[in-house]
Design a protein around this ligand. Sequence first.
Ligand code: ATP
Ligand code: MG
Length: 176
Amino acid sequence: MSTPPLRLFFAIPCCPQLARDITDWRAQHAIDGKPVAPENLHMTLAFLGSQPRGQVEVLEALAASLEPNAFTLHLDRLARWKNGLLHLAPSKVPGALCDLEHDLRELLLTAGFTLETRPFKPHLTLARHCPKLPSAPTPTFDWPATEFTLYASENTAKGTRYRALGQWPLRPPAPA
Ligand code: ATP
Ligand code: MG
């Protein structure tokens, strides 16, 4: 019997302390819509969709071949897209994040994966189906990114859960 496919994506995970800070801020404001669970806060790098399980090893090898640099994201924009997705974003995208997304994309395309063709817009989703942009003052959060992760997105009785299948470090800057 064949095993069911996995819904896969690469992302930068949000560490528990930052997730707490963000969800504490979110709880203090009138934000309608479906909130993203604290343990699910992340920034998607590449969405692969439904994939046979055998592709996980291919993706792990591909991720391990990258040598990305670490960076800090300054989340200083609160915005809502027309589809109701309320999110935080950096007004300045670090070069190391652009390089990581670009290099990962190139490797995935070369390996034959099909990816989203829209330009990369780095963001952390706070809530879905949000009817309007809240009038809350824009917060600022500093997010030191230290690794990236391959996740399987799974439907559970408690809602969507992301299962980490592999994690790779981002290289800290060399001491000056
Ligand atoms: P749910 O869809 O169950 O409400 P979710 O959106 O968090 O929860 P997934 O749909 O599995 O879970 O998505 C996982 C990640 O991939 C999310 O960051 C989501 O925004 C992103 N994603 C989903 N579909 C696409 C797509 N077609 N293109 C780009 N990114 C996508
Ligand atoms: Mg979804």
